[in-house]
Design a protein around this ligand. Structure first.
Ligand code: ISL
Length: 553
């Protein structure tokens, strides 16, 4: 079995993880310092969000030199040391490949801008007229450049011009930089917005009914996408023992197999947005800033389709959090009275599915969303959307916009990691680059380690189960009692071995009758987030956010 099928990945957002030099920004040495902590948790792989030279317009997702570590994070030597120290502990390192776009301060773009006949001109997309495509970060996706009187394409900020993958030289540059890091020992890549690298080069306008600058199907899954990924696999990936996970906005269970189908020779798995969009109003003129309640049955159906769609044919990634998503306990759980119970419940349903689970820093201690004043947010997405939707176009009242920010804004996940109840949560001795979540006095690593009932030890247990039991890795997936509006239950079955996961998704007690072929007395408890498990015949009496893993072998 491929190693990444039995692995659990931990995402580090270096800026907010651990600062060792007192400048208020996390660094590479900080990651190295915490390797023993991560080893204790039991993870196998670290995915490091971008650490390369960058003007930081989008916190490093705007790279100006792909072969150099950003000096605020440290040196290339620090990075080589991290790789070595991680490997000494049997932890693999996956880096973030942000190659849909570069920074506008990258030499390629600096050259490209100079003249229409510059050798780097067609490293990017230049046009005389813009179309109506929107930027993910508000406004038009085209920026006018006075020097050559043309517009360039940027699906993200105007400091993130899109690279032109039609140009074979661009692709060669990407293969070379990937090899550079893999030759240094890097074990794989998370590929940023990989579903956007191939453009519809006729740049068709969207229908105006979708708003002034729509974002839609033309933004992803362009005609040459899979040709490029197969070339990447042939030229680079196939030469290394590595893992890949492509971030794929616009992916569906059907097209997922084009990326990660066993016979495709492209990527190992993708991050879909499907399940994380279920509480957003589709096609809203406010983009992602119009939220609605989650419908549990929709979530169950969605995960079921992905689990079954990829079973034996491809491979799922499993996630609820990352640096672009809010904290799951605040989003769909209860981050107050039942914080611990609900954090463990989400962990349980996620980690017992088939696929490779991803833990985002702080998720393992049940960190919660932050509620700041608008001026206190740093995220370019929040700031641009506030200016565009609230101040300029007045499409939404400030209060309503802020409610959406509290629920789904990206900075919810980016507040510094809470190591202890000391000053600045033990994250830095300086002034943190982003305000801490005041909850750190109570929610922090030190107290989690001291409490055998903490969220941390629940994660540790889930990881251990995955490592020790191949049923978790290999078994199929079936929903149990799909229509149940309060309980998320499923079975994983491999031959006659069966694991049942039963989770109360809400804070009211609920009785769950195990119907059909299942006999509760054939099962024993493998893991639970409550000390006692109450049953009556084939009925389980579930307490708030109770989640139980049962097995029959
Ligand atoms: O987070 C989003 C909306 O809130 C997405 O649209 C997000 O921008 C998209 O998933 C791409 O994300 C990735 O690329 C961006 C970067 O800002 C994100 O942090 C990164 O994960 C541009 O590089």
């Amino acid at each position: 079995m491929e190693w990444w099928k039995k692995s659990v990945v931990y995402q580090v957002y270096p800026r907010s993880f651990k600062d060792t030099d007192g400048d208020g920004i996390g660094d590479i040495k900080g990651v190295t310092e915490k390797l023993d902590y991560l080893k204790d948790l039991g993870i196998d792989v670290i995915w490091l969000s971008p650490v390369f030279e960058s003007p930081q317009d989008d916190n490093g997702y705007d790279i100006s030199d792909y072969r150099k570590i950003w000096s605020t994070f440290g040196t290339n030597e620090d990075m080589y040391e991290l790789i070595e120290e991680a490997h000494n502990r049997d932890i693999k390192i996956v880096m973030d490949l942000v190659a849909n776009h570069s920074s506008d301060e990258h030499d390629w773009f600096v050259e490209s801008k100079k003249s229409k006949d510059n050798p780097y001109r067609d490293y990017y997309f230049w046009r005389d007229e813009p179309n109506n495509w929107g930027s993910f970060f508000s406004g038009s996706a085209w920026e006018y450049d006075e020097n050559t009187e043309q517009y360039y394409l940027h699906l993200f900020t105007k400091k993130q011009p899109d690279l032109n993958w039609e140009n074979p030289k661009v692709r060669q540059e990407v293969w070379d930089l990937m090899k550079f890091w893999m030759d240094k020992g890097v074990d794989g890549w998370r590929l940023d917005v990989i579903s956007s690298i191939s453009k519809h080069t006729d740049f068709p306008d969207y229908d105006e009914k979708y708003g002034k600058y729509p974002i839609g199907d033309f933004h992803t899954n362009g005609p040459r996408l899979h040709e490029y990924l197969q070339e990447m696999n042939r030229e680079v990936l196939s030469k290394y023992d590595c893992m890949t996970v492509g971030e794929a906005p616009g992916s569906t269970p059907e097209n997922a197999l084009l990326f990660c189908g066993n016979d495709r020779n492209e990527l190992n798995m993708i991050f879909t947005f499907d399940h994380m969009s279920l509480d957003l109003v589709p096609n809203s003129h406010l983009g992602k800033w119009e939220v609605k309640d989650l419908d549990l049955i929709e979530l169950k159906d969605n995960l079921n389709t992905w689990q079954n769609g990829l079973h034996r044919k491809g491979w799922n990634s499993l996630y609820f959090e990352n640096h672009d998503q809010p904290r799951i306990v605040s989003r769909w759980g209860n981050d107050d009275k039942y914080r611990v119970e609900s954090a463990k419940m989400f962990a349980t349903i996620l980690h017992m599915m088939q696929g490779t689970p991803y833990i985002y820093q702080g998720e393992e201690i049940g960190m919660i969303n932050a509620k700041f004043e608008i001026e206190e947010y740093d995220d370019v997405e929040i700031r641009n959307a506030y200016k565009d939707l609230v101040l300029d176009r007045k499409m939404v009242e400030k209060d309503k916009f802020m409610e959406a920010v509290y629920r789904i804004g990206r900075d919810n996940a980016r507040t510094p990691m809470q190591w202890s109840s000391d000053d600045n949560a033990g994250f830095t001795t300086g002034k943190p680059w982003l305000k801490l979540n005041p909850s750190y006095k109570e929610i922090n690593v030190a107290s989690a380690l001291n409490d055998e009932n903490s969220v941390f030890y629940h994660y540790k247990e889930l990881i251990k189960i995955r490592h020790e039991d191949d049923v978790v890795t290999l078994a199929d997936f079936r929903l149990v009692d799909r229509e149940n509006k309060s309980v998320f239950a499923y079975e994983r079955r491999l031959d006659d071995k069966s694991i049942l996961v039963v989770a109360n998704f809400y804070e009211d007690d609920v009785d769950f009758e195990l119907a059909g072929e299942y006999r509760l007395d054939e099962y024993s408890v493998l893991l639970s987030n409550y000390k006692e498990f109450e049953k009556e015949g084939n009925k389980i009496k579930l307490k708030p956010f109770e989640a139980i893993v049962l097995k029959n072998y």
